[in-house]
Design a protein around this ligand. Sequence first.
Ligand code: SF4
Length: 445
Amino acid sequence: MTGNRASLHTLGCRLNQAETAILGEGLRQKGFQLVEFGQPTDLLILNTCSVTEDAERTSRYLIRKTLKHSPHAFVAVTGCYAQTGVEGLKHHAGIDLIVGNQFKLDLPTYLPPAQELKKRSSPEVQHTRTISREDFDLPHLAEPDSTRALLKIQDGCSAMCSFCIIPFARGHERSRKFDDALREAQSLVARGYREIVLTGVNLGQYLHNGRDFCALLRQLDQMTDLARIRISSIEPTTVSAELLELLAGSAKLCPYLHVPLQSGDDQVFLAMNRRHTVKAYVALIEQALAKIPNLGLGTDLMVGFPGETETAFRNTLAVATDLPFSYLHVFPYSPRPGTAAMRMRPTVPPTTVKKRTNLLHNLGHAKRLAFHNKQIGITVSALFEARTQDGYRFGTTPNFTRVVVSTSDELQNQIKPITITAATERWALGQIVPNQSMKTSLALL
Ligand code: SF4
C-alpha cells in the first residue's frame, strides 16, 4: 500500500543540510507528510556525500536499512555520491531515482504523485557530467528544522585541492543571486528565525554582479529583527582584512570562524595544492584573535595524506597545539577517484594513520575543554534550541560554545543572557541572568 509519508536524510556538510531543508519544503508542497528518518516511510530521499569512502558506504547501508523496515519505500538518491558514483549506484538494489547535483533541487518534480509511487526494476537517472557555472536563485524557501536557519548562498569550488572530490561533485564556483539571498533571509526572519548560518562550499568566493561576500554581510547586518549571522566553514585564503573588521565591529556577526588548516606542514600543503603557507595561516589566525575578542575558532585536519612523514605530522601537531582552537575536526585521508592525490605515493600505513588520528582526537578533546573553561565567569547571550532533557535546555553562544542551563522555563528560540559557571568537554554550564541584571547584559544580545 502506498501512502504519502516521506523521510529525508542528509550526509556530509552544512550545505547539504541547507539543500535538504529546501527539498523538504518541495515535498510538503507536493502533499507529502514528512516523518522522522528511521520511521516507516513511503519515500526516502537520501542526500549523500562523497568526501570519504566511508560516507559512500554509509549511504548504501542506510538504503538497505530503510528497505528493511519499509520494503515498499521509493528510494531517491541525490547529492555528491549520486553525482560522482552514478554508474555504481545504478546497479545498487532498491534505488528508484538518481538525481545528480545539477538537478538536485528539482528532485521533487521528478517524483510521481504520492499515490503512484512504485518501486522500479531499474532507477530513473537525472544526471549530467557538466554542472552549470551560472549564478543561481533557488526555487523554494527552505523550512529549516532547527533554531539556526542555514542559508545557501554559494555552490561549487574551483580551488582543486589535490585530495578533494568536491570540484567534481559540485562543479565550479558560483553564487546565489544577491537579491535572492536577501529575499530568503528576510523570509526566514519574518518566520521568527533569530540566527542565519551562511553556507556554501567556498563561501569567501561569493560574488554576484560585483557584490562580494562582505557586501552581502553588510546588507544582512542591517536587517532589523535578525539577531545573529554566522559564517560556516571559510577557506583561509578568502578571509580578508575587511572580513575581520566586519566580524570585529558588528553586534550581529558571530565571533566565530571555522578555517580549515588540513596540515601544518608546507611540503604537505604543496602536495595538497593548498594555496598558502603554514606561516600565512598562523599570521591570519593571530590577526583574527587580536581583532575579535573571545573568538570561537574551529578547524579541519587531515591525517595520512600521501607523503605525510612523521616530521610532517609532528608539524601539524605543533601548529594545532599552539593555536587556540576551540575544537578540531579530524579526518583520515580517504583516496577519492579522479583526484590528483589518488596517484600520489607513498601512502601512509593504516596503523600509522590511526595512531596519528588518535593523537589529534585527544588534542581536540583537551582543546574543547580548555575553551569551555576559558568561558567560565563570562556573561554572554545564548540562543536556545527546542531540545530539552531532564530539565536542561540547550543553546549556543555567539562564539559557538554549546551551553546547557537547568530551568523549567520554555526557552525555545529565545535569546537570553547567561553566565557560564562550569564546564565539561561537551558543554559549558550556565545560569540565566536574572531580570534585575538584564540592563548590564543587554549589550551582549
Ligand atoms: S577549497 Fe579545496 S578542500 Fe575546499 S572544497 Fe575547494 S577543493 Fe575542496
